[in-house]
Design a binder for this molecule. Structure first.
Ligand code: SF4
Ligand code: SF4
Length: 440
């Protein structure tokens, strides 16, 4: 992988990685999307109640009654006695499936009906990637979890090992890929070793050697990668593991690859082997909270409840981030109990950070941002072009290729708000391109 950084030495993950996942079901959830259920209607967990922005199904995440419903959200109040009955276990959670009876089309159909999206952050419908007409050689399962603080994928692998591996087998069949590679950074060696034992007892873990494309011929290969942020980006993972470049404006399928997150693979297993839609996810709640941990919660769980469960925020001058600290979204500054958004299918973390506003100073042309940029851009030049409102130059400098990783801002000694402005430049360039292609 080109560029990249080591934002921390890993101590931030240590506080939650050893702690078992805790289950939590709130009395009420608020889900976002377009809904066809009516106020007062009874709904069962897993029942289709609407569609999301991409028009894929949304399912009730708890059993209960629709308390309020609007154009873009729906609140369901749950019945405690029903909630407690709902946990079942299935064979795919306890052993490797020898043969998958569903065809590739049936698997893709189940993934679509289950409302599965990329759970690593982007939220793009999963079925869409697998409907490609391109020939797929490699399925890369992204378990890099390269953002600091987050450990939800690591706990998922340790506590749901067979479901993860069976989900990978299902996705491999859906993609008709020759090989699946589960990519795990070496700060999660225990999780990798654990899955290796389930898959091929006694075999040694393989490490990315940085030289040639990996030639191992196992159906699922578990590959340890050196820890480096933002290795979990699709293009970066493909560069590291396969030494291939996805063309500018292209997709991984253009080089014969599909990348899916490890939590997406687990959701695929639930859909294919148990007909269970995506109604819950694991969220890491950490940072400046009394009792950090990982929680398995229904989609629509209020974030303030998760902060409360974790003992509350212990810094007055805080900011609350949804997702990882590098790419996540700040939803509150100096939070003091106000209502926050609710958990979405893509909410991997809730992080309470110490709020520190640093003063920007002029660029000293040190070049650190260029060396750190994994997309091979010149961030300080795009920053100048954006501030000059020079859209043409932003386009010539490939602002459209920014992956919003935050590496440039992180390394900048002048504390320039590079990522924030380059992402704005990216949106302007993408919009201009769209307008041009619509005129043609
Ligand atoms: S310019 Fe974009 S891709 Fe490059 S380091 Fe900055 S945020 Fe990351
Ligand atoms: S890292 Fe900051 S100071 Fe150095 S060249 Fe980039 S913008 Fe300028």
């Amino acid at each position: 992988m080109r560029g990249g950084i080591h934002p921390t030495s890993g101590e931030d993950k240590e506080v939650t990685k050893e702690k078992p996942i805790r289950n939590f079901v709130p009395d009420e959830v608020k889900m976002e999307g377009n809904f066809f259920v009516k106020k007062g209607e009874s709904v069962k967990k897993g029942e289709k109640i609407g569609t999301d922005f991409w028009k894929i199904p949304l399912h009730a995440s708890i059993t209960g009654t629709v308390r309020e419903v609007d154009e873009t959200w729906c609140m369901i109040t749950g019945k405690k006695e029903d909630i407690d009955k709902e946990k079942k276990s299935f064979p795919y959670q306890e052993k490797l499936i020898q043969e998958i009876s569903e065809s590739a089309e049936e698997i893709i159909g189940k993934i679509k009906e289950a409302g599965i999206v990329g759970m690593g952050g982007a939220g793009f419908p999963t079925y869409f990637k697998y409907e490609t007409k391109k020939e797929i050689t490699y399925l890369l399962i992204n378990a890099a979890e390269c953002e600091p603080f987050l450990t939800c994928d690591e706990r998922l692998m340790i506590e749901n090992g067979y479901a993860v591996l069976n989900g990978i087998l299902a996705l491999k069949k859906a993609a008709d890929a020759k090989k699946a590679i589960l990519c795990i950074e070496d700060n999660k060696r225990e999780a990798a070793q654990f899955l290796q034992e389930l898959l091929n007892p006694g075999q040694e873990l393989q490490k990315e050697n940085g030289k040639k494309e990996n030639q191992d011929d196992r159906e699922i290969q578990i590959l340890l990668l050196p820890t480096r942020y933002p290795q979990g980006g699709e293009r970066q993972l493909i560069q590291t593991v396969l030494k291939k470049e996805v063309p500018i404006g292209g997709l991984p399928a253009d080089v014969g690859v599909i990348v899916s997150n490890v939590a997406t693979a687990k959701a695929a297993a639930d859909a294919v082997f148990a007909d269970q839609p995506l109604t819950e996810r694991i969220v890491t709640v950490t940072g400046a909270v009394e009792d950090p941990g990982n929680y398995l919660v229904p989609i629509g769980t209020p974030i303030e409840m998760l902060l409360e469960l974790s003992g509350g925020v212990c810094e007055k001058e805080n900011k609350i981030i949804l997702g990882g600290p590098m790419t996540g979204k700040c939803v509150a500054e100096n939070w003091n109990g106000e209502t926050l958004p609710t958990v979405k299918k893509t909410t991997s973390g809730v992080i309470a950070m110490l709020f520190q506003k640093e003063k920007e100073t002029p660029c000293i042309r040190c070049g650190a941002c260029i060396r750190a940029c994994p997309a091979g851009l010149a961030p300080f030049q795009i920053d100048i072009a954006y501030l000059d409102e020079d859209e043409k130059l932003c386009e010539m400098l490939y602002a459209s290729e920014c992956i919003a990783c935050g590496c440039c801002s992180y390394v900048c000694p002048a504390k320039r708000e590079l990522t924030h402005r380059i992402v704005k430049a990216r949106e302007i360039v993408r919009q201009k391109r769209k307008e041009r292609s619509e005129k043609k």
